[in-house]
Design a protein around this ligand. Structure first.
Ligand SMILES: *Cc1c(COP(=O)(O)O)cnc(C)c1O
Length: 413
């Protein structure tokens, strides 16, 4: 096994990897952006492909010896196009943020106006946060969500008419409703803006028809490959043919040097898996499990932003319980549930404290959790929130979460 090879050279790192495996094996992973890849995806990321420089595009490289790499990257491109029904795919972005950066580089100039969802309302850092390149170099106009947890499209339209953005971003890291890409397109057309759909979170749902597709509305579609898509950490940009050459140039030589071809091979494998019937079943279950968790929490008397979910995630609203997201995320860690604090609409707390916790179903669904298990997860969370000061109760809840983990072992075959 690889770990033995690592141990021979570096026992310190080997031990930490083993501990991390133990942590993943024995905790309930509800971080909505995480998942567990297949063994094949992981294996590809640890191959000789990491040794190869391949700047440029398949069959048009700046280095020799790329005959095998070219075919691997071409497979990844073709599978991405097929899965999402896209004209063009660039599979080289090292991450979702870099994919967005490349679209910015191609579509707008520093100082241009860009519209995106506000970070504290569920948007991503790379959609215009002041601490991110997107917020530093561009004039950002942010839109948010209303008290029902929904995008107010009329407000987006008004903001667009007033500010005349060159680029509008539709997509989020914490949004539990269906995104109406057609409406975004109508707004973009009305003001002459280009439309970027960032489906980093909902990629698997889009690929399998569980969420409406941004094609043919968006000019560009960016995604991560490691969230619901269940591949290696990385990004992909898809776009209309008219933008293909410009996007490719923005990725390389614009933003990046040599592509990570070992990761691109892992992306190709993940995309093949995502094209299978099994993956359709998986994506459907992701949504069913999120709904089951939301229902369980509501039955237990807790609040969910928007009172439910249409996709793979939700935000627990702790205001009524007089608890903070920071405290409850730490309490959940004590009972073996990993999740992250998150702001709720009009949050009275700072972004470091918050009044919410984001919960997602993609990772536990990969493990095999079904609706009845999510119901139990909801009960464990609710009891932890209500008894957060009782070490004894938290200990009992830890046993219950461990029992669920043992029911669905990771990487057993
Ligand atoms: C996660 C995410 C990204 C960035 O992905 P990284 O790979 O972490 O850079 C971009 N956009 C959205 C909407 C995301 O949720």
């Amino acid at each position: 096994m690889e770990i033995e090879v690592i141990r021979k050279t570096d026992p310190e790192v080997a031990e930490l990897i083993e501990k991390e495996f133990e942590r993943q094996q024995t905790t309930i992973e509800l971080i909505a952006s995480e998942n567990f890849t297949s063994k094949a995806v992981m294996a590809a990321a640890g191959t000789v492909l990491t040794n190869k420089y391949a700047e440029g595009k398949p069959y048009k490289r700046f280095y020799n010896g790329c005959e095998n790499i070219d075919k691997i990257e071409e497979l990844a491109q073709e599978r991405a196009k097929k899965l999402f029904n896209a004209d063009h795919a660039n599979v080289q972005p090292h991450s979702g943020a870099q994919a967005n950066m490349a679209v910015f580089m191609y579509a707008v100039k520093p100082g241009d106006t860009v519209m995106g969802m506000d970070l504290s309302n569920g948007g991503h850092l790379s959609h215009g946060s002041p601490v991110n390149f997107s917020g530093l170099y561009f004039n950002i106009v942010s839109y948010g969500i209303n008290n029902n947890g929904e995008i107010d499209y009329e407000n987006v339209r008004q903001l667009a008419l007033e500010n005349k953005p060159k680029l509008i971003i539709a997509g989020a890291s914490n949004y539990s409703k269906i995104i109406d890409f057609k409406k975004f397109k109508e707004i973009a057309d009305e003001v002459g803006a280009l439309l970027l759909a960032d489906i980093a979170h909902i990629a698997a749902l889009v690929a399998t028809g569980e969420h409406p597709s941004p094609f043919p509305y968006a000019d560009f579609v960016t995604t991560t490959t490691h969230k619901t898509l269940r591949g290696p950490r990385g990004g992909i940009i898809m776009c209309k043919q008219e933008h293909a050459a410009g996007i490719d140039k923005a990725v390389f030589p614009g933003m990046q040097g040599g592509p990570l071809e070992h990761i691109i091979a892992a992306k190709a494998i993940a995309l093949k898996e995502a094209l299978s019937d099994d993956f359709k079943v998986y994506a459907k279950q992701v949504v069913l499990n999120a709904k089951a968790l939301a229902n369980s929490l509501i039955e237990e008397g807790l609040d969910i932003v928007g009172n439910g979910t249409d996709n793979h995630l939700m935000t627990l609203d702790l205001r009524k319980m007089n608890k903070t997201g920071k405290d409850i995320a730490n309490v959940l860690e004590k009972v073996g549930i990993t999740a992250n604090k998150n702001t709720v609409p009009n949050d009275p707390q700072s972004p470091f404290v918050t009044s919410g916790v984001r919960l997602g179903s993609p990772a536990v669904t990969t493990r095999g959790f079904k609706e009845e298990d999510m119901k139990e997860v909801g009960k464990i969370i609710a009891e932890a929130v209500k008894n957060s000061d009782s070490e004894e109760k938290l200990k009992e809840l830890r046993h219950r979460s461990l029992a669920l983990c043992k029911k669905y072992p990771l990487y057993e075959d």
